[in-house]
Design a protein around this ligand. Structure first.
Ligand SMILES: NC(=O)c1ccc[n+]([C@@H]2O[C@H](COP(=O)([O-])OP(=O)(O)OC[C@H]3O[C@@H](n4cnc5c(N)ncnc54)[C@H](OP(=O)(O)O)[C@@H]3O)[C@@H](O)[C@H]2O)c1
Length: 259
């Protein structure tokens, strides 16, 4: 399918690896110029090289912490007035909520709520003027289906979802959409790190813990990042202008509800 977005400019936050990278790759394959981001120069550079080698678009790397205002300024300098903004960031580690300090809670809210709102503030008015804009926020399936220990992540992301719900309606008439992708378990470094930690804690083999986790998912497998990238690119496409303010689960059937 031609997504109709060739030549558009996409700023993809936290995209040197994992789900963000898959979104950047899908957008680059659709013909968008992409800005890649991460805090580690080596992985930003290798992703820029890989996408440059396999696509015909302009791929720019920005080494910056997206949660930091100075990092955000560098991202926007590399991609002034993006047509497409993908808000992504790391999530807080699994922690019993009783042990969270005030500073950890504030940092989590900044990472998973405030940062996406700040970037949205900075890009939305030019999108309205151009009568085209797509903002996709990668949140988590835990926004709908709580997971003990990820309470800070879930709470901050639910806050982001509620905050931007009204904003989405306020710009819908200008062909600017704001949506949320809620991943279940995807095969990325983050998931592998979580499974390794869990295996260590229980004194079990990694493969056994990974199989047990897969078996909790009706699809009996982890998602491939490219599957999420394809969904993201569709939400950014010309065809998706009537979809806004929606939280879209992509989890192999893990969420047990009908609605
Ligand atoms: N994978 C899953 O199963 C899953 C499920 C639900 C929700 N999620 C959420 O989806 C998001 C992405 O997860 P993932 O699995 O793709 O993680 P990942 O494999 O760890 O990749 C994270 C990417 O973000 C970059 N990054 C992290 N913090 C950053 C920051 N402050 N500024 C700029 N770049 C940053 C990382 O590069 P550097 O480390 O070099 O900065 C890396 O490129 C996370 O918020 C995660 O909680 C993931």
């Amino acid at each position: 399918m031609d997504l109709g977005i060739a030549g558009r400019k996409a700023l993809v936050c936290a995209s040197s690896r994992g789900l963000g990278r898959a979104c950047a790759e899908a957008l680059a394959n659709a013909g968008c110029d992409v800005v890649i981001n991460g805090r580690t120069a080596a992985s930003v550079n290798s992703t820029v090289d890989a996408l440059t080698a396999t696509t015909h678009v302009r791929v720019t790397g920005v080494v910056a912490d997206v949660s930091d205002p100075a990092g955000q300024a560098r991202l926007l300098a590399a991609c002034p007035d993006p047509d497409i903004l993908i808000n992504n960031n790391s999530g807080p580690p699994l922690t019993d909520f009783r042990s969270l300090t005030r500073q950890q809670m504030l940092d989590g809210v900044v990472a998973n709520m405030v940062t996406a709102i700040e970037l949205t503030q900075k890009v939305i008015d030019p999108m309205v003027q151009r009568q085209f804009g797509r903002i996709v926020n990668i949140t988590s399936g835990t926004v709908k289906m709580p997971l003990a220990g990820l309470d800070l992540s879930s709470g901050a992301r639910a806050g982001l979802t509620a905050f931007l719900a009204g904003v989405a309606r306020s710009v819908a008439a200008n062909n600017v959409t704001i949506n949320f992708i809620l991943p279940g378990a995807f095969d990325t470094d983050r998931l592998r790190g979580t499974l390794e930690g869990s295996a260590r804690k229980q004194g079990l083999d990694y493969d056994l813990v990974a199989t047990q986790r897969r078996n909790t998912i009706p699809a009996r497998r982890f998602g491939g990042p490219n599957e999420l990238g394809a969904l993201c690119a569709f939400l950014c496409s010309n065809h998706a202008g009537f979809i806004t303010g929606q939280s879209i689960l992509i989890d192999g059937g893990a969420y047990p509800g009908t609605f």
